[in-house]
Write a protein that binds this ligand. Structure first.
Ligand code: NOJ
Ligand code: CA
Length: 542
């Protein structure tokens, strides 16, 4: 079988939120040396690449997503020498490094913005988006900031407004300015030359705004940001030539990768921005959005996966699969009450066995849960603004739970966010010792995915009715056929075996219920509650 393993298509990408992964110097904040000390752990888990949330110098209004210097490491996290060591060590393990490039906006403390706001005549004035007000103290138009209020901030000194899609301390840059454009593309080059393997592009589809600054039309929504249709402050046609230019730059280096974070994502936007001369991939929100109404069921998941696969296949686009990240509640907390991990197993099985590159959020492999915080503990700007309607994202950024030791061994001192109180039981060390743990299940599934190209590249075909609470599908590549059967329900379920194969020749690859034998009666078999079962159909069977 031809198996040209391509790290970003076939591999598994693990997201690290650097503040919360491992603290090497006892200041309560995770850092690069801490991460270096855990690369062996990640290698054991079997992942292929790490996406790092930002570690560049930042006033941390938005915890690193407000960058004040693109070409350095924040002293909280380490130095450029630590970064070089991180890349070298990661590469020794065969682990690629994907950086987070936040290029829709900078921090207001970035030297570019300090210059830009210093006067209307400053040569860098046009590097940001400055406009006169609409009169009588009104901002230039009705655009709203994602973090609350108008997206325009008045600057009393120069008597103009600047645009900020996020916090006021995150001014949007002006990608229409050729010098700014070059300066930011040089930032990509800087990190590529230092060995970075790829970039995750933060809200890239917001880079360009309507050149006439037309008002956005209104719609019903909870927060002011949701009360308008964002047709003029994102997704402008100028984005495509910029992506083409970026791709040409990336292709000067071997095996590099770009994955876009689409702001207000839809599968259609993913198709629009991805391709051989555009992004390699872009997140689609299939399984991550609408956590309030997300019914974790076989029917719902199947419908989402089918929709995106049909759309992406016809467009020749490779999907990504993600169930949580630093902006979204943790997977286990969305689908599970309390500490029971049954649905965390089904979720991990979906993540690692459907088509598309899986993204694992740190701690997902041990089923970490959201922490809850009191109002005065909230650090995230939108949480501070919208409490209690929206409590911000701190809850899903808590320190990694390594072992049953003070502060879960994340740090020797009180960490920047509390460790979840469940860390005595829920931690890496205890799950590694327990063969039935989510950690061991995850590691085994990752190993199976690596061993069986069909699980990575194979076609995806559902062979049983999903209204039964079961999602049963075949992954097939050439002669290799794998059946994945996931019981989302909490009772036993009867499943029809795939019609065109002999069940006697099916071999168990893994069963989360620990079954040792597989047999059918009248081509039917039983799945245990919440069981995940992978079978290999031996070649040559009809
Ligand atoms: C998306 C990032 O994932 C999020 O954490 C951040 O607040 C915004 N972009 C602004 O950069
Ligand atoms: Ca530290």
């Amino acid at each position: 079988m031809n198996d040209n393993f391509c790290w970003w298509r076939d591999g598994i990408i693990y997201q690290i939120y650097p503040r919360s992964f491992a603290d090497s110097n006892g200041d309560g904040i995770g850092d690069l040396q801490g991460i270096i000390s855990k690369l062996g752990y990640l290698n054991e888990l079997g992942i292929d690449a790490i996406w790092f949330s930002p570690f560049y110098p930042s006033p941390e209004i938005d915890f690193g997503y407000d960058i004040s210097n693109y070409l350095d490491v924040d002293p909280r996290f380490g130095t450029l020498a630590d970064f070089d060591e991180l890349i070298t060590t990661a590469h020794t393990f065969g682990i690629r490094v994907v950086l987070d490039m936040v290029a829709n906006h900078t921090s207001d403390q970035h030297a570019w913005f300090i210059e830009s706001r210093s006067s209307r005549e400053n040569p860098r004035r046009d590097w940001y988006i400055w406009k006169d007000g609409a009169g009588s103290g009104r901002p230039p138009n009705n655009w709203k900031s994602c973090f609350g209020g108008s997206s325009w901030e008045y600057d009393a000194c120069s008597r103009q407004y600047y645009l900020h899609t996020f916090a006021t301390q995150q001014p949007d840059v002006n990608w229409r300015n050729p010098q700014l454009r070059k300066a930011l593309l040089d930032v990509f080059r800087f990190w590529l030359d230092r060995g970075a393997d790829g970039f995750r592009l933060d809200v890239f589809n917001a880079y360009f705004k309507d050149e006439h600054f037309q008002n956005n039309p209104g719609q019903l929504g909870l927060r002011d940001y949701d009360q308008q249709k964002h047709i003029h402050d994102m997704d402008q046609p100028e984005m495509i030539p910029l992506l083409q230019e970026l791709r040409t730059l990336m292709d000067e280096y071997p095996e590099r990768y770009t994955v876009g974070e689409i702001f207000l994502p839809t599968p259609e936007k993913t198709v629009h921005y991805t391709g051989n001369d555009l992004l390699h991939a872009a997140f689609s929100s299939d399984l991550i959005e609408s956590e309030l109404i997300f019914p974790w069921s076989a029917g719902w998941v199947a419908q989402k996966i089918n929709k995106r696969d049909n759309l992406f296949d016809s467009a020749g686009i490779w999907p990504t699969t993600m169930l949580s990240n630093h902006d979204k509640p943790r997977t286990a907390s969305r689908y599970v009450k309390g500490e029971n991990d049954d649905q965390a197993f089904t979720a991990m099985a979906v993540l690692l066995t459907v088509r598309g590159t899986p993204f694992i959020y740190y701690g997902e492999e041990i089923g970490m849960r959201n922490i809850s915080l009191k109002r005065n503990e909230i650090m995230d700007p939108p949480g501070q603004k919208y409490w209690p309607i929206y409590q911000g994202r701190d809850g899903f950024r808590s320190p990694m739970q390594w072992r049953d030791a003070p502060f879960a061994s994340f740090s020797t001192t009180k960490p920047w966010l509390p460790v979840h109180s469940n860390y005595h039981q829920r931690n890496v060390a205890s799950q590694q010792e327990n063969p039935q743990s989510l950690w061991n299940f995850t590691r085994q599934l990752i190993a199976l995915r690596r061993a069986y190209p069909a699980l990575r590249r194979g076609s995806f075909h559902i062979f049983f009715r999903t209204d039964t609470g079961v999602m049963a599908y075949e992954r097939k590549l050439d002669e290799q056929r794998i059946l994945v059967c996931i019981n989302f329900s909490s009772s036993m379920r009867q499943v029809e075996f795939i019609p065109d194969a002999d069940p006697k020749l099916a071999a168990i690859l893994i069963s989360s219920a620990g079954r040792k034998d597989f047999y059918t009666s009248h081509n039917q078999f039983m799945l245990n509650p919440h069981e995940v079962l992978l079978l290999e159909l031996k070649p040559g069977m009809v």
